[in-house]
Each structure stands twice: as structure tokens, then as C-alpha cells.
Design a protein around this ligand. Structure first.
Ligand code: ZN
Length: 438
């Protein structure tokens, strides 16, 4: 348990977003061991979901390049490793005698690139204890028609921590594997993706087999909305429950912050249901290796805690329902239930002009709050715009009020990675928004 398994894989590719893979394969003649890691702006092919046909599930015979396993000490720092070395590691490091009852924060099984591990180990203070709230402000409950969900046990204020936990698993959110079919056989795109998923699922199998039995039981108890698409029971759970987290991909010591995305799966945080009007937001705190969910607005005792599973904040109802399809449920949140909602939200798809007057700005802010969309970057822009105008008018009190609002909202979105920077913000001066760019 105190060891790492690492492997080099020729032609390994990394995909930037969970659930996304490319069906492209490198040619068999390639002898390079350098991986080609696409930029976040590249648009890889989406993995299939739903019920696949018998034909697409039936994968013709293929060959893959063998994976070479090596064992290292878990504290190994891969300063000089190539960016294509994949590492299977338990973080924070776990000794043979370490039991969960003495280490309630637990451990994370990671399938990550070597430079990402270096970044984790070099994080100042790592591994700190989790930054849990003084009392646990929620409980996981069975909800009628919604499966399990998270309910607030007390009033929770904007910016406050709700759930803090170590991921059970952190895994590469995409990966292309050299797969070679017989050139005489016709292979469908769906079949190619099936083969990639099957190979990836094998890696996840090794990852999960390393887990502490109790943590593994938590993982296996999570929902799987990918039972009929070839994901398999383990990768299916990662696809269903993963939250995005990014670490560096390469050039850590050269000052180039080139990031690669991973999928982090927690236990209680995986029970938080989706809403297009969410009341919480998620960030990752590297020093404590913690997933942190904070309130984006006041949540009342007894209210369900929700977060958004989708990236496009101001998409139409139809677009949001489409983006939610892989999760296998139909959203019935207030926005999805209101036929007039698209016309309200479409207004925010465009950035307003810098000349937007204060009264209009305040109107927009209250509309965003009415939509429970504090999680959107538009909200930050509007708050910052109002702050600037209050400052120009010399209205110190209002300026401070809106800075506090912005500060809390930034804490929700970036409280993890950028917490020390946030603490340096002096609410009496200009809020340095560029600190918070993500
Ligand atoms: Zn909805």
C-alpha cells in the first residue's frame, strides 16, 4: 500500500474533459513514447451513453501496446519524469498499518500524470488535515423521486463550507489508448470508443483494487448512470459522479502552468443532486487534498443542497436537458419548469457593455440572484462593475457591501486553490479580480 505503480505507455493521449475521449489512434509504426496532450480548447469526441445496440457493444478483436508496470515508493517525486508517465498512487501516502479509524480524512487513489504528482507533493503544507466546518451542516437522505440527496440541517450562509472530503478516486478524465483493429474488418466509431473504454476500465479496476475496503464500499455504493453503454461498473461510477479537478501537465519547474483535467469522485458530495438554479459550488483545495462544497447563497434549514453538473451557465432549457442526458434524469428545477425562463436567461449569454449604468447593473444582479445563478462568471462581472461605479460615486458603504458579496462568491469558486490569495484581498481597496481567474 505504500507503493506507487507507474507505467509508461506509448502513444498515450490525455483528454481534457471527463467523459470525453478521442477515437483517433496513433499509427502502429510510431515508436515515440511522448504523449500528445491536447489543449483544453481542442474538442474531443464524446463518449457514448444510454443503451447501446448489440452490434456496437460487440467489439471486434484488437491489439493494444503492453503496459509496463514499475513499483516505486509512494513518496517518490517524479521531478525528471516525462509528462506521459502515468502514476497510480495513494495520496496522502498511506503506511501498511494505517487504518481508516485513525485517519478519518482517508486517502485518495489517484491515476494521474507524473508532473501532477510532483505538483501535489510540492504544494506548501501538503498534506494538511481537511478544512471541515465546525459542525456537519447536512445529511444525506433518500428523497422521494430523486434518489439520495443532501439536506441542510441548519441555515447555511453564502460562502460557508457545506461538504469537505477527500476524493475516493482521482482519475485521468480522458485517455486515448493505442488500439489496433484488423484492417480487413469494418469497425464502427461506437465500437472504437467501446474498446477505449474497456481498456480504460481495466486501469480503473487496478486503481479501485488498491482502495481501503471501507472506502471501496463507499465507492461501490454510488450511483451508476452508465450501466448500458460499456463503461463497466467502475468507470461508470466515475463518469456519473466525477467532479473536475486540474493539476499541471508538464513543465512544472519552468513556470508554465499547463493544466490537465481529472475526475474526482467523493462520497457525500456525489449525493448532491443537480439543479440549474444551484445553491452551492465546488472547488478543490490542494494542500488538504479536499473537495470543498460551499453555499452560493443562503440555504435554509431543511432545504436541499444542489449544484450544477453542466458547464454552460446560461444555456437554454433544451440545451441543459441535452447536456444532462448522460446522467439519466430529467431536470425539474424551477428554471426547467418555467417556459418563460429561456427568455430571461438568454439575456446573459452576452457580456454587457462597460458603459452599463448602475441602475441596470443592480437590476441584472437581482435577476441573476433570482435565478440562483451566483455560480456564473457573469455574476462576478456585474458585482465588480457595481463596485467600480460605487467607488466612482464615492459611496463607500455600498462599495464595501458589494465587495463582501464578491469576496464570498469568489471563495465558493476558488476557495480551494486560491484561498491564500483571497485572504490577501483587502476589502477596503480594489478587489484584484485577476487573482481569481480560473
Ligand atoms: Zn433544470
Amino acid at each position: 500500500m505504500s507503493s506507487d505503480i507507474s507505467w509508461m505507455k506509448k502513444g498515450l493521449k490525455k483528454r481534457p474533459v471527463g467523459e470525453w475521449f478521442s477515437e483517433k489512434h496513433k499509427s502502429t509504426s510510431s515508436s515515440s513514447s511522448r504523449s500528445v496532450v491536447p489543449k483544453a480548447s481542442e474538442n474531443p469526441t464524446r463518449l457514448d451513453y444510454g443503451k447501446l445496440s448489440e452490434e456496437d457493444r460487440n467489439i471486434p478483436k484488437y491489439k493494444t501496446k503492453p503496459v509496463i508496470f514499475k513499483e516505486f515508493d509512494a513518496t517518490s517525486n517524479y521531478e525528471n519524469a516525462g509528462s506521459n508517465m502515468v502514476v497510480m498512487t495513494t495520496q496522502p501516502s498511506r503506511g501498511f498499518d494505517d487504518a481508516l479509524k485513525d485517519n478519518p480524512d482517508g486517502w485518495t487513489e489517484c491515476l494521474i500524470l507524473a508532473p501532477s504528482k510532483t505538483q501535489i507533493l510540492n504544494t506548501p503544507g501538503f498534506p494538511q488535515p481537511l478544512r471541515r466546518p465546525p459542525t456537519k451542516p447536512y445529511e444525506v437522505r433518500q428523497l422521494p423521486g430523486r434518489g439520495k440527496g443532501v439536506i441542510a440541517l441548519q441555515d447555511i450562509n453564502a460562502g460557508d463550507l457545506i461538504i469537505v472530503e477527500r476524493p475516493l478516486v482521482i482519475s485521468l478524465s480522458g485517455l486515448a489508448i493505442d488500439i489496433h483493429f484488423d484492417p480487413d474488418v469494418t469497425v464502427t466509431e461506437a465500437q472504437k470508443k467501446q474498446a477505449v473504454m474497456r481498456e480504460y476500465a481495466r486501469m480503473v479496476e487496478t486503481l479501485v483494487s488498491r482502495m481501503d475496503p471501507e472506502l471501496k464500499a463507499q465507492f461501490m455504493d454510488l450511483a451508476n448512470s452508465h450501466e448500458h453503454d460499456g463503461s463497466g461498473p467502475l468507470f461508470g461510477r466515475i463518469r456519473t459522479n466525477g467532479f473536475s479537478v486540474s493539476f499541471v501537465k508538464d513543465n512544472l519547474n519552468k513556470g508554465i502552468d499547463d493544466r490537465v483535467r481529472y475526475s474526482a469522485v467523493g462520497n457525500d458530495i456525489s449525493r448532491v443532486n443537480h439543479s440549474c438554479c444551484p445553491n452551492s459550488g465546488y472547488s478543490f483545495h490542494r494542500a488538504s487534498f479536499g473537495m470543498e462544497l460551499r453555499a452560493t447563497r443562503k440555504i435554509s434549514k431543511g432545504e436541499e443542497v444542489t449544484c450544477s453538473y453542466i458547464a454552460n451557465d446560461w444555456a437554454t432549457t433544451a440545451e441543459r436537458q441535452k447536456a444532462l442526458e448522460p446522467y439519466d434524469f430529467v431536470c425539474t428545477c424551477p428554471a426547467c419548469s418555467d417556459p418563460e425562463n429561456d427568455s430571461v436567461r438568454s439575456f446573459f449569454q452576452k457580456q454587457p457593455s462597460d458603459a452599463l449604468p448602475l441602475d441596470e447593473t443592480l437590476k441584472f444582479i437581482s435577476t441573476v440572484e433570482g435565478q440562483s445563478m451566483e455560480i456564473s462568471s457573469m455574476y462576478d462581472w456585474l458585482l465588480n462593475h457595481a463596485i467600480k461605479m460605487y467607488a466612482k460615486d464615492g459611496d463607500k458603504e455600498k462599495e464595501k457591501e458589494f465587495k463582501e458579496k464578491l469576496f464570498k462568491n469568489q471563495l465558493v469558486k476558488c476557495g480551494g486553490e486560491n484561498a491564500p490569495l483571497i485572504k490577501t484581498v483587502d476589502l477596503g481597496n480594489d478587489v484584484k479580480l485577476h487573482f481569481f481567474a480560473v
